[in-house]
Design a binder for this molecule. Structure first.
Ligand code: SF4
Length: 139
């Protein structure tokens, strides 16, 4: 049975930075869950962050830039937490490979899990798509 890596906060665990979760209402999700195919993982908890924790955003770039050691992730007080976020990404990739995951369903907008967009580092709701284009909080 093929496994699916999923963000840990998508299955009811209140582990986001603000101690909330993200609800999922989907028949296919329910089926995957009943089949035991979901591999739940939180990169930020795996990297050592606590719940709750300070909000963090990728500053002015994208996750791929951060992973190339050309960008950074900061908390809203300016603390550079790039290394912990990179550690979390590596641990997530290791978990996915160890479990044989073939796809991932992740929480968008998160600096760790966002796949189509993340917040832009200004902590004002502005967003940036995965290709680097600037957007707004309405995404
Ligand atoms: S790092 Fe990912 S799994 Fe963890 S709380 Fe944030 S969005 Fe959810």
């Amino acid at each position: 049975m093929r496994k699916i890596l999923v963000s840990g906060c998508l299955n009811g665990r209140p582990i986001r930075f603000n101690s909330t979760n993200v609800s999922v209402e989907s028949e296919i999700w329910d089926r995957w869950e009943s089949e035991g195919r979901l591999v739940s993982f939180c990169p930020e908890l795996a990297a050592g962050f606590a719940v709750p924790r300070a909000p963090a955003e990728i500053v002015g770039s994208t996750a791929s830039v951060v992973l190339q050691d050309q960008g950074r992730v900061e908390e809203d007080n300016g603390t550079d937490v790039t290394d912990m976020f990179v550690d979390g990404a590596k641990l997530a990739a290791q978990q996915a490979m160890a479990e044989g995951c073939v796809i991932a369903v992740l929480t968008d907008g998160s600096p760790s899990c966002g796949t189509t967009y993340t917040y832009d580092g200004a902590f004002t709701g502005g967003t940036r798509c995965r290709h680097g284009c600037h957007g707004s909080a309405s995404q």
